[in-house]
Design a protein around this ligand. Structure first.
Ligand code: PMP
Ligand code: GLN
Length: 400
């Protein structure tokens, strides 16, 4: 059994990141993708597309490699990408960010998040408020930074936070309120009332807002509204995104951060000792993607909405209860009507029973709250329509 020897062990165990006997456990995504590969099941577990992104974007990376852009880019990222991020924030959201001082490129949103939390957390008395269920890296990074994780529950089937519970979670100890909008795993888009409350609470308790908006271009009803556009937010908000979802290039790991200049400097201080920099030929390619015409972005969301509908119908017909996601790659389904009492067990046997892989919501919850998500399962819709239709056919066999 492999055990983590270092100081992280205690905090990782507390965050529920280790196996039952304290052993190193793969992430739920790695575990379920390996299960799909081993069994030949359709992988609706890990959220990655099964089609390439826009040809222009791919071609720009090929050309950059051929052109010799293969050495370390600057720590902040190449100027072209930082300028493209700045133009993108203005074009879609009316936000002004200075490409010289307020934008950083990162090795995916994951590194952006890690560098940000490590830069902002001062010590074990600092708290990071997250909405639960949460993307697994949040608990891991809070644990790495030595901070305490405080959770605000999102409840089936709407998954909007209760404002009183949010009020109670944010205190003088809160250093960071970390949100993910649109939200993985639930597909929720926060209401403007929730965003405004987050900003008011951050202001009252002098906390930072860190927002993970990797699904910003996958909002099904209306437009994405970054929390940084809410009055009073920009000066205390770090916004994190990535090209992975928008351009179907999850393996490239090119992300970006926008933040006030002094905060960006603090994040860079940490980031330079994580990767220093990376993705040289992919940075110009993602810059190209960010400058694609509006039709690219509207078509991508139309396609994902249609996939959500195919998946949702299939899950309903198979007998699951379903929630209706307003954004992201994901749909959460309740397997209780199919007799499930333990989503984790349900997902681990689903490959053999139905030839489909999904992930249990318990993997996105802290150990003490897993019971609240006991029968909920996340399915990814970011697959070709015929793959989703085949998965639906297979799942329909479950109730027969
Ligand atoms: N945040 C959320 C909410 C995600 O779903 C993901 C992964 N898909 C990430 C961050 C990680 O993004 P990246 O692959 O760019 O590191
Ligand atoms: N973000 C992707 C998901 O939620 C997976 C990322 C990962 O494998 N760490 O499915």
């Amino acid at each position: 059994m492999t055990q983590i020897p270092g100081a992280w062990r205690r905090t990782a165990a507390g965050a529920g990141l280790l196996g039952a006997n304290g052993e190193v456990a793969p992430t739920i995504f790695a575990e379920m993708t390996a299960l799909a590969a081993k069994t030949g099941a359709i992988n609706l577990g890990q959220g990655f597309p099964d089609e390439d992104g826009p040809a222009d974007v791919l071609e720009t990376a090929r050309a950059a490699i051929a052109d010799g852009q293969n050495q370390y880019p600057p720590g902040r990222g190449i100027a072209d990408l930082r300028e493209a991020v700045s133009e993108h924030q203005k074009r879609f959201y009316g936000l002004d960010v200075d490409p010289e001082t307020e934008v950083l490129a990162s090795a995916g949103a994951t590194e952006g998040l890690a560098a940000t939390i490590l830069a902002l957390i001062d010590g074990p008395d600092d708290e990071v408020v997250v909405f639960e269920p949460y993307y697994d890296a949040y608990a891991a990074v809070a644990a790495l930074a030595g901070a305490r994780l405080v959770t605000v529950p999102l409840r089936w089937p709407e998954f909007q936070p209760d404002l009183d519970e949010l009020d109670r979670a944010v205190t003088g100890r809160t250093r960071v309120i970390l949100l993910n909008d649109p939200h993985n795993p639930t597909g929720t888009v926060f209401s403007q009332e929730v965003r405004e409350r987050i900003v008011a609470l951050a202001d009252r308790h002098d906390a930072m807002i860190v927002t993970d908006e990797v699904y910003e271009h996958l909002v099904f009803d209306g437009e994405h509204t970054p929390i940084a556009t809410t009055d009073g937010a920009a000066e205390r908000t770090v916004s994190i995104s990535s090209g992975g979802k928008t351009f179907r290039t999850t393996g490239w790991k090119v992300g970006w951060i926008t933040a006030p200049a002094d905060i960006a400097d603090a994040i860079l201080t940490v980031k330079q000792y994580l990767t220093y920099s990376g993705g040289a030929p992919f940075q110009p390619a993602i810059a190209r993607g960010l400058r694609l015409p509006d039709e690219f972005f509207s078509q991508a969301v139309d396609e994902m909405r249609a996939k959500r509908d195919v998946l949702g119908r299939g899950l309903s017909e198979a007998g699951f209860g379903i929630s209706r996601p307003s954004g992201s790659y994901f749909t959460v389904a309740d397997a209780a009507p199919l007799g499930a009492t333990d989503a984790s067990e349900f997902c681990r046997t689903l490959a053999a029973r139905a030839g489909v892989v999904a992930v249990p919501l318990t993997a996105f919850a802290s150990p003490e709250h897993r019971g609240e998500y006991a029968t909920l399962v996340r399915f990814a819709a970011c697959k070709r329509t015929e793959v989703l239709a085949e998965a639906a056919t297979r799942l329909a066999g479950l109730s027969r």
